[in-house]
Design a binder for this molecule. Structure first.
Ligand SMILES: NCc1[nH]cc(CCC(=O)O)c1CC(=O)O
Length: 315
Protein backbone atom coordinates (compact mmCIF):
# COMPACT_ATOMS: atom_id res chain seq x y z
CA UNK A 1 0.00 0.00 0.00
CA UNK A 2 1.42 3.37 -1.00
CA UNK A 3 -0.71 5.75 1.01
CA UNK A 4 -0.26 5.89 4.76
CA UNK A 5 -2.76 8.67 5.43
CA UNK A 6 -6.19 9.16 3.94
CA UNK A 7 -8.52 12.07 4.45
CA UNK A 8 -12.28 11.65 4.78
CA UNK A 9 -14.42 14.66 4.01
CA UNK A 10 -17.62 14.98 6.03
CA UNK A 11 -20.30 17.47 6.94
CA UNK A 12 -20.04 18.53 10.55
CA UNK A 13 -23.50 17.66 11.84
CA UNK A 14 -23.47 15.07 14.60
CA UNK A 15 -25.01 12.48 12.30
CA UNK A 16 -22.51 13.10 9.50
CA UNK A 17 -19.66 12.91 12.03
CA UNK A 18 -20.97 9.64 13.42
CA UNK A 19 -21.04 8.23 9.90
CA UNK A 20 -17.54 9.42 9.03
CA UNK A 21 -16.17 8.11 12.35
CA UNK A 22 -17.80 4.77 11.61
CA UNK A 23 -16.00 4.49 8.27
CA UNK A 24 -12.77 5.74 9.86
CA UNK A 25 -12.89 3.07 12.55
CA UNK A 26 -13.67 0.29 10.10
CA UNK A 27 -10.70 1.37 7.97
CA UNK A 28 -8.38 1.57 10.98
CA UNK A 29 -9.51 -1.80 12.20
CA UNK A 30 -8.84 -3.36 8.80
CA UNK A 31 -5.56 -1.49 8.16
CA UNK A 32 -3.82 -0.88 11.51
CA UNK A 33 -0.93 0.95 9.83
CA UNK A 34 -3.21 3.46 8.14
CA UNK A 35 -3.85 6.93 9.52
CA UNK A 36 -7.34 8.26 8.79
CA UNK A 37 -8.14 11.94 9.25
CA UNK A 38 -11.48 13.68 9.12
CA UNK A 39 -11.90 17.02 7.37
CA UNK A 40 -15.06 18.80 8.49
CA UNK A 41 -16.89 20.80 5.87
CA UNK A 42 -20.07 22.83 5.47
CA UNK A 43 -22.51 22.42 2.59
CA UNK A 44 -25.20 24.72 1.23
CA UNK A 45 -27.82 22.47 2.82
CA UNK A 46 -26.23 23.09 6.24
CA UNK A 47 -26.17 26.86 5.80
CA UNK A 48 -29.74 27.48 4.70
CA UNK A 49 -31.69 26.45 7.75
CA UNK A 50 -34.72 28.69 7.52
CA UNK A 51 -36.22 27.55 4.20
CA UNK A 52 -38.04 24.31 3.51
CA UNK A 53 -35.65 21.91 1.79
CA UNK A 54 -37.96 21.44 -1.16
CA UNK A 55 -37.86 25.19 -1.85
CA UNK A 56 -34.08 25.47 -1.81
CA UNK A 57 -33.95 22.71 -4.37
CA UNK A 58 -30.84 22.08 -6.34
CA UNK A 59 -29.17 18.77 -6.58
CA UNK A 60 -26.38 17.81 -4.26
CA UNK A 61 -27.38 20.27 -1.57
CA UNK A 62 -25.50 18.21 1.01
CA UNK A 63 -22.75 16.84 -1.23
CA UNK A 64 -21.45 19.45 -3.66
CA UNK A 65 -18.76 21.18 -1.56
CA UNK A 66 -17.29 17.82 -0.60
CA UNK A 67 -17.26 16.71 -4.21
CA UNK A 68 -15.47 19.84 -5.38
CA UNK A 69 -12.78 19.36 -2.74
CA UNK A 70 -12.38 15.70 -3.69
CA UNK A 71 -11.90 16.52 -7.37
CA UNK A 72 -9.04 18.87 -6.50
CA UNK A 73 -7.42 16.41 -4.11
CA UNK A 74 -8.36 18.05 -0.80
CA UNK A 75 -9.97 14.87 0.46
CA UNK A 76 -9.68 11.22 -0.64
CA UNK A 77 -13.19 10.13 0.06
CA UNK A 78 -16.50 11.49 1.26
CA UNK A 79 -19.01 9.71 3.47
CA UNK A 80 -22.67 10.54 2.85
CA UNK A 81 -26.06 9.19 3.83
CA UNK A 82 -26.94 7.38 0.62
CA UNK A 83 -30.33 9.06 0.59
CA UNK A 84 -28.75 12.49 0.35
CA UNK A 85 -26.85 11.57 -2.82
CA UNK A 86 -28.25 12.68 -6.16
CA UNK A 87 -28.71 9.81 -8.62
CA UNK A 88 -26.11 11.32 -10.90
CA UNK A 89 -22.62 11.60 -9.49
CA UNK A 90 -20.43 14.37 -11.03
CA UNK A 91 -17.94 13.45 -13.74
CA UNK A 92 -14.72 12.10 -12.31
CA UNK A 93 -16.38 10.81 -9.12
CA UNK A 94 -18.06 7.53 -8.29
CA UNK A 95 -19.83 5.78 -5.41
CA UNK A 96 -17.20 3.15 -4.61
CA UNK A 97 -18.88 1.53 -1.63
CA UNK A 98 -22.33 1.19 -0.07
CA UNK A 99 -22.40 -0.13 3.48
CA UNK A 100 -24.93 -2.54 4.93
CA UNK A 101 -28.31 -0.91 5.34
CA UNK A 102 -28.96 -0.33 8.97
CA UNK A 103 -32.68 0.35 9.26
CA UNK A 104 -34.73 1.94 6.48
CA UNK A 105 -37.72 2.87 8.63
CA UNK A 106 -39.32 6.22 9.42
CA UNK A 107 -39.85 6.82 13.12
CA UNK A 108 -42.51 8.69 15.03
CA UNK A 109 -41.39 10.63 18.08
CA UNK A 110 -44.46 11.57 20.07
CA UNK A 111 -44.04 11.71 23.84
CA UNK A 112 -47.72 12.51 24.28
CA UNK A 113 -49.51 10.19 21.83
CA UNK A 114 -46.82 7.59 21.17
CA UNK A 115 -48.42 5.81 18.22
CA UNK A 116 -49.21 7.26 14.80
CA UNK A 117 -52.70 5.72 15.06
CA UNK A 118 -53.32 7.61 18.28
CA UNK A 119 -52.69 11.11 16.89
CA UNK A 120 -55.83 13.23 17.35
CA UNK A 121 -57.70 14.98 14.55
CA UNK A 122 -55.66 17.87 13.16
CA UNK A 123 -52.51 16.91 15.05
CA UNK A 124 -49.42 19.02 14.32
CA UNK A 125 -46.78 16.78 12.77
CA UNK A 126 -43.27 17.95 11.91
CA UNK A 127 -41.28 16.79 8.90
CA UNK A 128 -39.41 18.53 6.11
CA UNK A 129 -39.78 15.67 3.70
CA UNK A 130 -42.34 15.86 0.90
CA UNK A 131 -42.21 12.07 0.75
CA UNK A 132 -43.33 11.68 4.36
CA UNK A 133 -45.83 14.52 4.16
CA UNK A 134 -47.65 13.24 1.05
CA UNK A 135 -47.87 9.65 2.22
CA UNK A 136 -49.10 10.66 5.68
CA UNK A 137 -51.70 13.06 4.27
CA UNK A 138 -52.94 10.31 1.97
CA UNK A 139 -54.08 8.24 4.96
CA UNK A 140 -54.69 11.17 7.35
CA UNK A 141 -55.74 14.26 5.35
CA UNK A 142 -56.67 15.98 8.62
CA UNK A 143 -53.08 16.19 9.88
CA UNK A 144 -51.43 19.60 10.11
CA UNK A 145 -48.01 18.82 8.64
CA UNK A 146 -45.50 21.57 9.33
CA UNK A 147 -41.97 22.05 8.14
CA UNK A 148 -39.21 20.89 10.45
CA UNK A 149 -35.69 21.68 9.35
CA UNK A 150 -32.30 21.30 10.93
CA UNK A 151 -30.15 18.38 11.93
CA UNK A 152 -31.49 15.52 14.04
CA UNK A 153 -30.57 17.16 17.36
CA UNK A 154 -32.21 20.45 16.37
CA UNK A 155 -35.38 18.69 15.26
CA UNK A 156 -35.72 16.83 18.55
CA UNK A 157 -35.33 20.15 20.35
CA UNK A 158 -38.03 21.73 18.16
CA UNK A 159 -40.47 18.94 19.06
CA UNK A 160 -40.88 20.53 22.46
CA UNK A 161 -40.15 24.17 21.58
CA UNK A 162 -42.62 24.39 18.73
CA UNK A 163 -45.43 22.35 20.20
CA UNK A 164 -45.48 19.47 17.75
CA UNK A 165 -47.72 16.52 18.59
CA UNK A 166 -45.30 14.28 16.71
CA UNK A 167 -42.23 14.55 14.52
CA UNK A 168 -41.03 12.06 11.92
CA UNK A 169 -37.35 11.19 11.52
CA UNK A 170 -35.37 8.36 10.00
CA UNK A 171 -34.93 5.47 12.45
CA UNK A 172 -31.31 5.10 11.28
CA UNK A 173 -30.31 8.65 12.16
CA UNK A 174 -31.96 8.52 15.59
CA UNK A 175 -30.36 5.21 16.48
CA UNK A 176 -26.91 6.23 15.27
CA UNK A 177 -27.02 9.25 17.56
CA UNK A 178 -28.18 7.24 20.54
CA UNK A 179 -31.77 8.54 20.46
CA UNK A 180 -33.34 5.12 19.82
CA UNK A 181 -35.32 5.34 23.05
CA UNK A 182 -37.08 8.50 21.82
CA UNK A 183 -38.80 6.49 19.06
CA UNK A 184 -42.40 5.83 20.08
CA UNK A 185 -43.60 4.19 16.84
CA UNK A 186 -42.30 3.18 13.41
CA UNK A 187 -44.46 4.03 10.42
CA UNK A 188 -45.52 0.82 8.66
CA UNK A 189 -44.18 0.42 5.12
CA UNK A 190 -47.79 -0.08 4.02
CA UNK A 191 -48.31 3.61 4.80
CA UNK A 192 -44.90 5.22 4.23
CA UNK A 193 -42.18 3.87 1.95
CA UNK A 194 -38.67 5.07 2.78
CA UNK A 195 -36.42 7.33 0.75
CA UNK A 196 -33.99 5.85 -1.73
CA UNK A 197 -31.12 4.27 0.14
CA UNK A 198 -32.40 5.34 3.55
CA UNK A 199 -30.28 3.74 6.28
CA UNK A 200 -27.21 3.03 4.13
CA UNK A 201 -23.98 4.99 3.77
CA UNK A 202 -22.35 5.84 0.46
CA UNK A 203 -18.63 6.31 0.12
CA UNK A 204 -17.71 8.50 -2.80
CA UNK A 205 -14.22 8.61 -4.32
CA UNK A 206 -12.48 9.86 -7.44
CA UNK A 207 -13.29 7.47 -10.29
CA UNK A 208 -9.62 7.05 -11.22
CA UNK A 209 -8.30 6.54 -7.69
CA UNK A 210 -7.77 2.79 -7.96
CA UNK A 211 -5.78 2.61 -4.72
CA UNK A 212 -8.48 4.15 -2.51
CA UNK A 213 -11.19 2.22 -4.31
CA UNK A 214 -9.44 -1.08 -3.63
CA UNK A 215 -8.86 -0.03 -0.02
CA UNK A 216 -12.55 0.58 0.71
CA UNK A 217 -14.03 -2.22 -1.39
CA UNK A 218 -14.48 -4.40 1.70
CA UNK A 219 -17.08 -1.93 3.00
CA UNK A 220 -19.51 -2.90 0.24
CA UNK A 221 -22.47 -4.99 1.32
CA UNK A 222 -23.61 -6.92 -1.75
CA UNK A 223 -27.24 -7.19 -0.72
CA UNK A 224 -27.50 -3.47 0.07
CA UNK A 225 -25.71 -2.63 -3.19
CA UNK A 226 -28.32 -4.59 -5.16
CA UNK A 227 -31.21 -2.94 -3.33
CA UNK A 228 -29.66 0.51 -3.72
CA UNK A 229 -29.07 -0.13 -7.43
CA UNK A 230 -32.78 -0.83 -7.97
CA UNK A 231 -33.85 2.12 -5.80
CA UNK A 232 -31.50 4.58 -7.48
CA UNK A 233 -32.50 3.34 -10.94
CA UNK A 234 -36.12 4.04 -9.96
CA UNK A 235 -35.28 7.54 -8.78
CA UNK A 236 -33.13 8.27 -11.82
CA UNK A 237 -36.08 7.41 -14.05
CA UNK A 238 -38.62 9.56 -12.23
CA UNK A 239 -36.13 12.38 -11.68
CA UNK A 240 -37.32 12.54 -8.13
CA UNK A 241 -34.72 14.19 -5.95
CA UNK A 242 -36.13 15.76 -2.84
CA UNK A 243 -38.63 17.86 -4.76
CA UNK A 244 -41.10 15.11 -5.55
CA UNK A 245 -42.96 12.94 -3.06
CA UNK A 246 -41.37 9.66 -4.02
CA UNK A 247 -40.59 6.60 -1.91
CA UNK A 248 -38.95 3.35 -2.93
CA UNK A 249 -37.88 0.27 -1.04
CA UNK A 250 -36.15 -2.84 -2.37
CA UNK A 251 -35.83 -6.03 -0.34
CA UNK A 252 -34.26 -9.39 -1.13
CA UNK A 253 -36.88 -12.04 -1.95
CA UNK A 254 -36.48 -15.81 -2.15
CA UNK A 255 -34.35 -17.59 -4.75
CA UNK A 256 -32.03 -14.70 -5.52
CA UNK A 257 -34.85 -12.34 -6.31
CA UNK A 258 -35.48 -8.75 -5.41
CA UNK A 259 -38.79 -7.11 -4.58
CA UNK A 260 -39.06 -3.40 -5.26
CA UNK A 261 -41.97 -1.29 -4.00
CA UNK A 262 -42.43 2.36 -4.84
CA UNK A 263 -44.81 5.29 -4.56
CA UNK A 264 -45.30 8.60 -6.32
CA UNK A 265 -47.76 11.02 -4.73
CA UNK A 266 -49.07 14.52 -5.20
CA UNK A 267 -47.90 17.09 -2.63
CA UNK A 268 -51.18 17.00 -0.71
CA UNK A 269 -51.39 13.21 -0.84
CA UNK A 270 -54.74 13.28 -2.62
CA UNK A 271 -53.25 11.31 -5.50
CA UNK A 272 -50.99 8.42 -4.73
CA UNK A 273 -49.74 5.70 -7.04
CA UNK A 274 -48.04 2.70 -5.56
CA UNK A 275 -46.96 -0.63 -7.00
CA UNK A 276 -44.33 -3.36 -6.71
CA UNK A 277 -42.32 -5.63 -8.93
CA UNK A 278 -40.27 -8.78 -8.31
CA UNK A 279 -37.47 -10.16 -10.45
CA UNK A 280 -33.92 -11.44 -10.49
CA UNK A 281 -31.60 -9.44 -8.26
CA UNK A 282 -29.09 -9.39 -11.11
CA UNK A 283 -31.59 -7.23 -13.00
CA UNK A 284 -31.88 -4.70 -10.16
CA UNK A 285 -31.38 -1.70 -12.39
CA UNK A 286 -33.98 -2.71 -14.94
CA UNK A 287 -36.47 -3.62 -12.18
CA UNK A 288 -36.16 -0.11 -10.77
CA UNK A 289 -36.66 1.45 -14.17
CA UNK A 290 -39.63 -0.78 -15.02
CA UNK A 291 -41.33 0.07 -11.76
CA UNK A 292 -40.78 3.78 -12.43
CA UNK A 293 -42.37 3.43 -15.83
CA UNK A 294 -45.33 1.57 -14.32
CA UNK A 295 -45.95 4.34 -11.79
CA UNK A 296 -45.41 7.13 -14.30
CA UNK A 297 -47.97 5.49 -16.60
CA UNK A 298 -50.49 5.09 -13.75
CA UNK A 299 -50.52 8.83 -13.07
CA UNK A 300 -47.06 9.67 -11.81
CA UNK A 301 -46.20 11.49 -15.00
CA UNK A 302 -49.20 13.74 -14.56
CA UNK A 303 -47.98 14.56 -11.04
CA UNK A 304 -44.53 15.43 -12.41
CA UNK A 305 -46.13 17.79 -14.90
CA UNK A 306 -48.24 19.37 -12.18
CA UNK A 307 -45.09 19.95 -10.17
CA UNK A 308 -43.61 21.64 -13.21
CA UNK A 309 -40.73 19.25 -13.50
CA UNK A 310 -39.28 18.60 -16.89
CA UNK A 311 -38.88 14.98 -17.76
CA UNK A 312 -36.66 13.86 -20.56
CA UNK A 313 -38.31 10.55 -21.29
CA UNK A 314 -35.80 9.65 -23.98
CA UNK A 315 -32.86 9.14 -21.67
N1 LIG B 1 -32.32 14.31 5.25
C1 LIG B 1 -31.34 14.27 6.28
C2 LIG B 1 -30.94 12.88 6.63
N2 LIG B 1 -30.10 12.20 5.84
C3 LIG B 1 -29.96 10.95 6.38
C4 LIG B 1 -30.72 10.87 7.53
C5 LIG B 1 -30.88 9.71 8.39
C6 LIG B 1 -29.97 8.55 8.14
C7 LIG B 1 -30.34 7.72 6.96
O1 LIG B 1 -31.49 7.75 6.49
O2 LIG B 1 -29.46 6.98 6.50
C8 LIG B 1 -31.34 12.12 7.71
C9 LIG B 1 -32.22 12.51 8.82
C10 LIG B 1 -33.65 12.13 8.66
O3 LIG B 1 -34.16 11.99 7.55
O4 LIG B 1 -34.34 11.98 9.68
Amino acid sequence: MKKDTIIIGTRSSKLALWQAEYVKSRLEEKYPALTVELKLMTTKGDKILDAPLAKIGGKGLFTKELETDMLTGGIDLAVHSLKDMPTEVPDGLVISAITKRFDPGDAVVSPEYQRFDALPLGAKVGTSSLRRKAQLLHVRPDLNICDLRGNVNTRLQKLADEDFDAIILAVAGLKRLGFGERITDVLPKSIVLPAVGQGALAIETRADDAEIRALIDFLNDDETVRCATAERAFLGRVEGGCQVPVGVYATPAEAGQLQVEAVIASLDGSKLYRDKITGQAADAESLGRQLADMLLAKGGLEIMHELGLLLDRNQ
